[in-house]
Write a protein that binds this ligand. Structure first.
Ligand SMILES: Cc1cc2nc3c(=O)[nH]c(=O)nc-3n(C[C@H](O)[C@H](O)[C@H](O)COP(=O)(O)OP(=O)(O)OC[C@H]3O[C@@H](n4cnc5c(N)ncnc54)[C@H](O)[C@@H]3O)c2cc1C
Length: 419
């Protein structure tokens, strides 16, 4: 498969783009693999790539029930950052951010990673204290964080209502300059292409309906295209975790599935060159390279496996947007959709060996799984290859809930819809 380069662009340009090879093959499933990964989202594909690249394990299949990008990897609002509070989270997401910084080069695929900065707006003295504490925690871990006062934010973000009469007046904000956005589906395609080049079979339209077992041990998967044996089976199905684990005989997971919506406006001239999050409610917005505003808010707040949401949250998100940027009230909304979110009980992910012998589990991404994609794949691949966690994902176990060692960034308690 050809390298993407200025030369291949020119050659294909002169040839009416007739000679591009498909970015990945469409193989038939083999009878057996060393590793089968269930779920061809960002995390499954990244895991396959790092298994091949970091550990030389290439006899791998990624089994996806739909098409690549049909899940949350192609539905998110593309925000990437590592500005967490707790050391375990900071280390995880900072590992990810460092991988993002070289990802386009490494994959030979432009994932359009743009470090345009992420500003978390604070709207009260108490919230400012809270954000400053988080900034200090980040700096202790060697991660960038800056406190911006209201005037500085006003200069940087024209159109933002920084007046004292705003519904939630802005006091200041925590800026992470190395944060930003990336093009979500390019991440899926880039990892898929790079994994395929190393020999990984990506099998689309192949739903896992059950697990092959030898006693307790998982020995493969039952799929809509036949049984596939595997020495190791890794599950990375995000919002479908409850259903898939049920097929493995595990009825209770510390995960709830909820719908989260995303919204896209008509295109504008460049107007917003950073990512803004609203601390008076829950809103995050950036402008895509095509000019649309891409934004979202809270989950819908009820358990669901639907990939579409309901009007009360639409209204809520729009009112937050207009409270922040009154001028955006005149824009037309072009598209909206929903994704199924795997909300964990403490708001943090699970990247671990088990819970059955021969099985490995990756889930619980809540609002934050897109930014985690590179580290999640890298650390999950390590865990699968070595049969033990890397120190960075060691705290992100499944049994932490039973042991009371939760990683609760917000201190919300066991209320998944609030994380
Ligand atoms: C609207 C929205 C906005 C978001 N915004 C952000 C953001 O700005 N920043 C951020 O960091 N995160 C964000 N997220 C979260 C992020 O998108 C997810 O946490 C992350 O994509 C989940 O991991 P994934 O990519 O592997 O999931 P998915 O892409 O959902 O992959 C899971 C795959 O498993 C497949 N699957 C399910 N069941 C089976 C089965 N039985 N057999 C085979 N395959 C199966 C599914 O079809 C799916 O393709 C957002 C999510 C949504 C929905």
């Amino acid at each position: 498969m050809a390298e993407y380069s200025v030369f291949s662009l020119l050659r294909n340009g002169f040839n009416a783009n007739r000679d591009w090879a498909p970015a990945w093959r469409k193989p038939e499933p083999k009878a057996a693999y060393d590793v089968v990964i269930v779920g061809g989202g960002g995390h499954g594909l990244a895991t396959a790539y790092y298994l091949a690249r970091e550990h030389g394990i290439t006899n791998v299949a990624v089994v996806e029930k739909g098409w690549l990008g049909s899940g949350n990897i192609g539905r998110n609002t593309t925000i990437v950052r590592s500005n967490y509070l707790l050391p375990a989270s900071i280390r995880f997401y900072e590992h990810s951010l460092k991988l993002w910084e070289n990802l386009s080069h490494e994959l030979n695929y432009n994932v359009m990673f743009s470090q345009r900065g992420v500003i978390n707006l604070a709207h009260s003295p108490a919230q400012s204290d809270d954000f400053m504490r988080r900034g200090n925690a980040l700096r202790h871990e060697g991660v960038d964080a800056e406190w911006w006062d209201r005037d500085r934010i006003a200069r940087a973000v024209p159109g933002l209502d920084v007046s004292a009469s705003a519904r939630f007046p802005i006091v200041g904000g925590l800026m992470q300059r190395r944060g930003g956005t990336a093009r979500h589906d390019a991440v899926a395609w880039g990892y898929a292409r790079a994994a395929d080049r190393r020999g990984v079979d990506i099998i689309e339209n192949c739903e896992v309906t059950g697990f092959l077992r030898d006693g307790d041990r998982v020995t493969g998967v039952r799929t809509s295209r036949g049984d596939i044996a595997a020495k190791k089976v890794a599950v990375a199905v995000a919002g479908s975790t409850g259903r898939v684990m049920q097929a493995a005989g595990i009825d209770r997971m510390p995960i709830e599935s909820h719908v989260l919506q995303a919204f896209v406006t008509e295109s504008l001239k460049p107007t917003l060159d950073t990512v803004i999050t609203f601390g008076g409610g829950h809103l995050y917005v950036s402008q895509s390279d095509k000019g649309s505003l891409v934004f979202g808010g809270d989950i819908d707040g009820y358990n669901s496996y639907a990939q579409r949401g309901n009007l009360p949250v639409v209204e809520d998100v729009m009112s937050e947007m207009v409270a922040l940027f009154p001028g955006f009230a005149r824009l037309r909304l072009l598209r909206s959709w929903g994704g199924i979110m795997d909300m964990s009980m403490d708001g943090s992910p699970i990247v671990t060996k088990g819970p059955l012998p021969g099985m490995y589990l990756n889930c619980g991404w809540c609002y934050g799984g897109f930014k985690a994609t590179p580290a999640s794949g890298w650390l999950f691949a390590w865990t699968i290859a070595r049969d033990e966690p890397h120190p960075i994902n060691a705290p992100f176990t499944l049994d932490r809930f039973a042991r009371g060692l939760v990683i609760d960034e917000k201190g919300q308690g066991a209320t998944p819809r609030l994380h």
